[in-house]
Design a protein around this ligand. Structure first.
Ligand code: SAM
Ligand code: SF4
Length: 328
């Protein structure tokens, strides 16, 4: 699958639910309205959709949400998709808030998952509660232990937040690297209405990096994932540190990915509104001809890059959809 700019699309992120058991301040409003269930793809439909993409050359799948592990029976999907590993699929991964990970870690490993991303912005229980509104830090820390014990390699994703965790980042880094986990820092993105100003949260990663560089030796790493992350090796800890700066830098030229929401809408770019409805094609016929054609049409219109126009003083988001719909 090649888009008009010659980029090979080999990575698909799939959101399996818009629901979540947390309400992170940068992601959701406290009183979120979730989609009616009939709007969501069934797990069987998600599996059919993923299979179509895999047939067309997608080699890596990431399951996300909302919180993917709150979707009922989601292990069925992992088992079905995991059965493709070693043949048509290279990797099946998951991004999770960790709340339910302790009980699923063993099953995920058995299904063929080897790496998970756990989102964790602070190691302070009160701050954790303030950021996630509903989360319990100890549960997430126990889940990380369980995941590592089950054989899963864990990467930590942390959103850099002004005045919240900005002075804790080196602590997070030492903690993560000390446990053999990579750490990736994410800049806040203006996606979805969150009932508060985003200016208050925004912390440029250029600043975080400059501060860390005073304390550590950051060696540029050749590691690439095809996404908007750039990586460094931290000499003192031996661990890897990533920076995801989709707004301050534009790495669209090597973008290898597309995203499907839990309603079957395909977004060709995280920062653009261009989308294609695949649910209609899925539901119109059991034959995949329509679905294949809809995917081909969509890929042939993948935008060259994003042009997030950010005015962080505004309360309104640059794009109205929430991250929990497209899954980041
Ligand atoms: N619930 C899971 C989790 O938190 O890992 C998966 C979905 S969550 C939407 C995926 C990632 O997006 C998380 O690492 C989260 O911190 C990040 N995220 C959510 N809203 C964001 C925003 N507005 N800007 C930047 N990152 C965001
Ligand atoms: Fe839920 Fe993840 Fe969004 Fe937090 S970032 S509210 S855990 S979907």
């Amino acid at each position: 699958m090649r888009d008009p700019f010659g980029r090979e699309i080999s990575y698909l992120r799939v959101s399996v639910t818009d629901r979540c058991d947390f309400r992170c301040v940068y992601c959701m409003a406290e009183h979120m309205t979730f989609l009616p269930r009939a709007e969501l793809l069934t797990l069987e439909e998600i599996e059919r959709l993923c299979s179509a993409f895999v047939r067309k050359g997608v080699r890596r799948l990431r399951i996300t949400g909302g919180e993917p592990l709150v979707r009922r029976n989601v292990m069925w999907l992992f088992e079905r998709l995991g059965a493709r590993l070693n043949e048509s699929l290279d990797e099946l991964t998951l991004t999770t808030n960790g709340s339910q990970l302790a009980r699923f870690a063993g099953q995920l490993y058995s299904a063929g998952v080897r790496r998970v991303n756990v989102s964790l912005d602070t190691l302070d229980p009160q701050k954790f509660r303030a950021i996630t509104r509903w989360g319990d830090l100890n549960k997430v820390l126990a889940a990380i232990d369980a995941a590592q014990a089950a054989g899963l390699s864990v990467k930590i994703n942390a959103v850099a937040l002004r005045n919240v965790n900005e002075h804790e980042i080196s602590h997070l880094l030492e903690w993560a690297h000390g446990r053999g986990m990579d750490l990736t820092l994410i800049e806040t993105m203006p996606l979805g209405d969150i009932e508060q100003k985003r200016t208050e949260q925004y912390l440029p990663l250029s600043l975080v990096r400059a501060r860390l560089a005073q304390q550590y030796t950051l060696e540029k790493s050749a590691h690439r994932t095809g996404g908007p992350a750039r990586y460094f090796r931290v000499t003192e800890t031996g661990g890897r540190l990533g920076f995801i700066t989709p707004l301050t830098h534009n790495f669209c030229e090597s973008c290898n990915r597309v995203r499907v929401t839990c309603t079957g809408t395909l977004f060709m770019c995280l920062g653009q509104n261009d989308s294609a409805d695949l649910r209609g094609a899925l539901r119109l016929s059991n034959d995949d001809t329509l679905l294949d054609a809809a995917i081909d049409r969509a890929i042939s219109s993948k935008p060259k890059g994003h042009d997030f126009v950010i005015d962080r003083r505004r309360k309104e988001p640059a794009l109205t959809r929430h991250m929990s719909l497209t899954g980041g």
